[in-house]
Design a protein around this ligand. Structure first.
Ligand code: F6P
Length: 357
């Protein structure tokens, strides 16, 4: 990886300034990555880290601030991102690429850490292929980026969803209700499956395994006939019925061309109530899953990602993404990491299915 003739492991003597930006939806742990980057850049190499504001917009508009160890005090447990984020990429502007290049050159940015999810890292990969010196850090609560066992933010989202499911159990049991809870995750079911198992859900509907509403209702009926009068159904926002079984309205497309997911839960709940006669309620967890302080795992993982990203710059390992594999840090080519979404494994899904009603 890297594509130049410097020796891996040897610090590049010519770097004085590096950049960092956070792009895409916010995610618990962003500040911990920033802090890790700043800590290692300043303390170990004496570099000057610049934080570009609001994702790629900071490069396009030349908007940034100098980050220091002192200035990063207290940000480790804070949710959100102290340098802001947005979903804009330079490819959305006629002169976006030239402006990004000009900003990087004008401020002598020797390496840029892009902290982002699938869309932001795809953009990072393109910029890297155009010759810019970029290292990626995999961010998303969805955990859908390839070649890393974990993205940061995922553990926190699962914990928040699990806490919510725990709370739904007692109210469901008090009223003999079916509670249908929608979690985020876009086109993959990592959050739904892990939180469903951790929270003791009755069943989990994910995009990976299209559901049959007849089977869902039959399964709930069997459970309730056995004397269990309350159920929790976790629905991933990207879950879909088997073709031809239930009509689902087409999702809206947002200004960035992404499907705005969410809402399938209402359809599922309405069908359950009308077909089984069980009183059913809906909970949509939404952005609560992305807000607030990261778990201890996410704080540590994010910090480690930040440290490793700076090592990658020092070794001029550009075009790479830091990744968590087998309990340790590795680097993988960005182009491979973004090649395809990481879905839940069949083994995980089989384990979850063992707990279905
Ligand atoms: O990718 C993270 C995520 O939280 C998804 O789980 C969700 O579908 C999407 O972002 C929501 O995006 P927005 O913040 O634009 O509503």
């Amino acid at each position: 990886m890297g594509g130049d003739d410097s020796v891996a492991g040897v610090t590049s003597p010519d770097i004085e300034t590096i950049g960092v930006l956070t792009s895409g939806g916010d995610c618990p742990g962003l500040n911990a990555v920033i802090r890790g980057v700043v800590r290692k850049a300043e303390r170990e190499f004496g570099w000057r880290p610049l934080g570009f504001h609001e994702g790629y917009m900071g490069l396009i508009e030349e908007s940034f601030e100098e980050l220091t160890i002192e200035g990063c005090r207290g940000i480790l447990p804070r949710g959100g991102t102290v340098i802001g984020t947005s979903r804009y990429t330079p490819f959305m502007f006629d002169d976006g690429i030239e402006r990004v290049r000009a900003t990087l050159e004008r401020h002598h940015v020797g390496g840029l850490v892009v902290i982002g999810g699938e869309g932001s890292l795809s953009c990072a990969n393109e910029l890297s292929e155009m010759g810019m010196s970029i290292v990626g850090v995999p961010k998303t609560i969805d955990n859908d980026i390839g070649l890393t066992e974990r993205t940061f933010g995922f553990d926190t989202a699962v914990q928040i969803a699990t806490d919510a499911i725990d709370r739904l159990h007692t109210t469901a049991e008090s009223h003999n209700r079916v509670m249908v809870v929608e979690v985020m995750g876009r086109h993959v079911g990592h959050i739904a499956t892990w939180a469903g198992m951790a929270g003791g859900a009755t069943m989990t509907l994910t995009p990976e395994e299209p559901f049959d509403i007849d089977e869902v209702c039959a399964s709930l009926t069997r459970r309730h006939n056995r004397g269990k009068y309350a159920s929790i159904v976790v629905v991933a926002e990207g879950a879909l019925p088997k073709a031809g079984t239930l009509e689902v309205p087409e999702p809206e497309i947002d200004q960035f061309g992404h499907k705005r997911l969410g809402g399938i839960v209402n359809l599922v709940a309405a069908e359950i109530e009308s077909r089984t006669g069980y009183e059913t309620r809906v909970t949509v967890l939404g952005h609560v899953q992305r807000g607030g302080t990261p778990t201890s795992f996410d704080r540590a993982l994010s910090s480690w990602f930040g440290i490793e990203a700076v090592s990658a710059i020092a070794e001029r390992d550009f075009g790479s993404m830091v990744a968590f594999q087998g309990g340790t840090m590795v680097r993988v080519p960005l182009v491979d990491a973004i090649a395809e979404l990481k879905y839940t494994s069949p083994e995980l899904r089989a384990a979850a299915r063992a707990f279905f009603a």
